[in-house]
Every structure is written in C-alpha cells, then in structure tokens.
Design a protein around this ligand. Sequence first.
Ligand code: ADP
Ligand code: MG
Length: 448
Amino acid sequence: MTAENWGRVCNGLQSDVGQDAFKNWIAPLTFQGLEAGVAHFLAPTGFIGNWVTRNYSDKICSLFAADGFSVNRLSFSTERREVKMPMNEVVKPAAVATGSPELPGAPLDSRFTFDNFVVGKPNELAHAASRRVAEGGPVTFNPLFLYGGVGLGKTHLMHAIAWEAKQRNPNARILYLSAEQFMYKFVQALRFKDTMSFKEMFRSVDLLMVDDVQFIAGKNSTQDEFFHTFNALVDQNKQIVISADRAPGEIDGLEERIKSRLQCGLVVDLHPTDYELRLGILQSKAEAQAVHYPEVVMSNGVLEFLAHRISTNVRVLEGALTRLFAFASLVGREVTLDVTQECLADVLRASDRKVTIDEIIRKVADHYNIRMSDMLSPRRVRSIARPRQVAMFLAKRLTSKSLPEIGKRFGGRDHTTVIHAVKKIEELRAIDNQISEDVELLRRMLEA
Ligand code: ADP
Ligand code: MG
C-alpha cells in the first residue's frame, strides 16, 4: 500500500463529499499506512479524527476496497505513531514459505491486547486462562471456551491471545476468525470444489480461535465441518479457543456431540461487569482519550457517575466516553456532571436501571427504620432529616429525574433543598464512615 493508493481514495472522496468537506476534513489528514485491516492516519486534532470516523469511514473503506485493499476500521492519532509490532495480519509470510497453505484469518485489532485489558473480579478467571493459553507450553485444557454477554471482552481476549502468542513465537500459525467467517469460507470452498485446501488450511494451524460460535447453531453442514476440524486439531494436540454468548449446553441447535466436545476443555464465563471493574475500565480509557484531547479537563466524580449509571456492556461505556471527550473538546467546556448528563442524556436514559424514587424512599426508610410518611413530612429532627437527605442523594444519583421533580416527590420540597441534601451527603461520605457505608449498601440493594 502506497501514498498513491491513498491518492486514489482521495480522488474518489473529493467527488463524493464535495470540495468544502474534503478541504475541511480529509485534506488535513496524513495517511500513515495500513496494518491488520486498520488504516492509520495522523490528524491535526482528535476532533477531526472523530468526525471522519463518524461521517466518512464507510466511504473510505469502500474506496479502499475498490482499490483492492480490505480496511475494516480507521484509526487516527494526533502524534506520529511508532508501529511497535510490525505484524500485518495473522498471516505470516514465514508460514507460507514453509509450504503450508496460507492462513486467511480475520485482522486483529491493535488495541485488543492484554496490556489494555482491565482485570476485575468478573473477568479474572477468563483473563488468567487466556494468558495461560497465550504462553503456549503444553496444552492443558482444550478447548478454552469463553462465554458471556455482549461487550464483556470475549473478542478482546481472543485478539490478546493472538498478539501475545505471536510475539512469543513468531513462527506459530495462529488463526483467528469468527464462526460466521468460518462458515463463509466453508461455503466458498464447497462452491469452488476446493474443500481439500480448506481442510488442509484449518488442520495446519497451531492455535485456532473461533469467535461467536453460537452462529453455526442450526447450520448443519458447517457444524459438521467444524466438528471434524476441531477433532483433527485436538488429536494433534493443538490449542483451540472458542467463544460464544452462552454456555455450550445452552446453545440451541448445536449438535450434542459438539456440545460435549466443547465442554471437555475449560469452560469459563465472563460475568457482567461490576461497579469496580467499570470504574477501572473507564479510568484506563479516559487516560487513553486524554492523549488525543489534552485540552479536555474532567471534574472529579464523572467517571464514578458513569460507572454507576451505565450498563454492564463495556462497548457502551467506551462509546459514552468517546462522545464526552469529543463534545467537551468541541464546545471547549470542562466535563462536569452537568455536561455529562447533557451530552449523554440518551445513553443514560437507555441504560437507566429504572430505579424509581418510590423504591428509593421505601428502601431508605426501611434501612433507617423510619416510616415512609416521615420521609415526606416536614419534620426536621436529625434522625429523619438525615435519611431523607440520603434518599434525595440517591434519587439524584440513580435516577434521571431533575432536581425540581425530586423535590416534589419528597413532600413538595424546593429544588434548592435537594441541592443542599446532595452536597451534604457528598461531604459526609468523605468524613463519616457510617454514612458512606449506608449509601454504598443502599445503592447496591437498589441497583441489584
Ligand atoms: P464481546 O466480544 O464480549 O462482545 P468485546 O471484546 O468486543 O466484547 O469488547 C467490547 C469493547 O469493550 C471492546 O472495545 C473492548 O476493548 C472493551 N472491553 C471489554 N472488556 C474490557 C476490559 N476488561 N478492559 C478493557 N476493555 C474492555
Ligand atoms: Mg465479540
């Protein structure tokens, strides 16, 4: 791939998006090269990169494709980039040179490494098992079967295994692909009457990783082929890693013999993220964003707020953070809680845990052993006023209700009373262990 290819893509873009847009968004970019299906660019600001990603990436990818290059994603940086691992694809020329068939794996995402994977209670076992596989050495469990809900890091871990294994042993033949691609290649092989080289290729790898295997459920001839490939590799003591969105036994439409084969190895699930893991991931991703947006200032408490309020899907968390940084950079504002709520209103609504103010009042009253009617009453004795403030604080944190709405629900109080309560509890949490524990416990109960 040369600058000429990019030049041709630019010509196509120019006529497609128009002179002005081209001058504003595309011309400032410097094309740096293609790596593992990712086209890298240098952009003068992170905002331009984001804009191009959002508005032109499909066009750019298809223009590259027309020029004979398969590009899955664009990546922008504001600094010149050192390519640390000069790996083009999972395909290594060395493998071809030995006379083995070429490996047409899916490209690996350069961000999906072990270094970038944040480990917490919900994913520690999956992480440890993946590390073990990546280290190579004698195969102790086969396959490694990773399962869990969407956006919990299955694909990330598989790519990380590939990067790490490749680094430890550059000659290893590593093949990563989705079950869908497996099927596609199989169907193509059938169509072109070339199943021999298909079989040969899959049976010649040292490490095979098939992502989202639930996809082949119900697709019988693909399952059949998968089963044979699988057995051939296990017989040769080659490592296999499989992922799915649920446990092997729960995948409907998967043949029993395959289910039991899959259960023979180590089956590990990625649990939904908990608050601590979400916060850890947000901190790590915010640091990465800060490199692109050095001008953006973030107030304390924003990441904690997002970790509380956004669902367990890490992809959603990441998207929210990216949007927040781009927005703050564009409008030149500090990222405060208010800015966050404004900018992410739709995301917050969508992942609202639907904790209601009634629930909060009930749980808090229960916890402090006071009556619900006291919560709403004008009484101001400390033993009632404090729990009321805790409840208001939780209402602000756990629901998307506005301050006046919250005030209204607490016996028709003014929104300034709510602001005062939120401030008060925030202060107390820092100095009063009892309050801090109460709030934490209540939050957990309400969000469970
Ligand atoms: P899955 O394949 O389980 O649906 P992915 O591996 O595609 O999920 O993860 C979705 C996104 O979340 C990716 O961008 C990934 O990097 C990120 N992600 C998930 N878990 C973690 C983690 N523990 N640490 C850092 N990033 C994570
Ligand atoms: Mg995935």
